[in-house]
Design a binder for this molecule. Structure first.
Ligand code: S3P
Length: 170
């Protein structure tokens, strides 16, 4: 049976990098919900947030998720806020294997580094308040992230760990 793996977690957790590595090393089809939205709308994520607002983006995100095809082994890098809207966690748990890549707010801050400015939800947080902002958002999001079938510490996550974890599941 074809397998669909959903990588979930905060911005900077390494979902995209890991999903690309899994695709390359294990022949999975790679899907990134943000890229799917950019392809269908012809706009960047930042542009959608700016012109249409977060609510419109969340709708696009939920429909991008539901348009995934299941005919091949697939690994999906989901946007950091996707699990918290439109029953997306429930939907992913029904359609595949969810893995939460968990990192502490401090680790996330270090990983996000200067990139934070390019992310719509972090761009207004000053460097000094970035950690508090990440702490606050992760606290709000963890109840959703924790619905994942597996939780893997982001620092230990490798393509092999992910594949082994999902294989023991079947
Ligand atoms: C978001 C995370 C981003 C992107 C958008 C909103 C969020 O994806 O979907 O900027 O709400 O955490 P990444 O987690 O891939 O950065």
């Amino acid at each position: 049976m074809e397998k669909v793996i959903f990588l979930i977690g905060f911005m900077g957790a390494g979902k995209t990098t890991l999903a690309k590595q899994i695709a390359q090393q294990y022949g999975y089809t790679y899907i990134d919900t943000d890229l799917e939205i950019e392809k269908t709308t012809g706009k960047s994520i930042a542009q959608i947030f700016e012109e249409e607002g977060e609510q419109a983006f969340r709708k696009l995100e939920a429909s991008a998720l539901r348009s995934i095809s299941f005919d091949k082994n697939t690994v999906v890098a989901t946007g950091g806020g996707l699990p918290c809207h439109y029953n997306n966690m429930e939907w992913m748990n029904e359609h595949g294997i969810t893995i939460y890549l968990k990192l502490t707010p401090q680790q996330l801050k270090e990983r996000l580094g200067n990139e934070a400015e390019s992310r719509p939800l972090l761009k207004n947080a000053k460097k000094t308040t970035l950690l508090t902002h990440i702490e606050h958002l992760t606290e709000l999001r963890e109840p959703y992230y924790n619905l994942a079938k597996f939780v893997i510490l982001g620092t230990l996550a490798s393509p092999q760990t992910i594949i082994n974890t999902t294989t023991s599941e079947c």
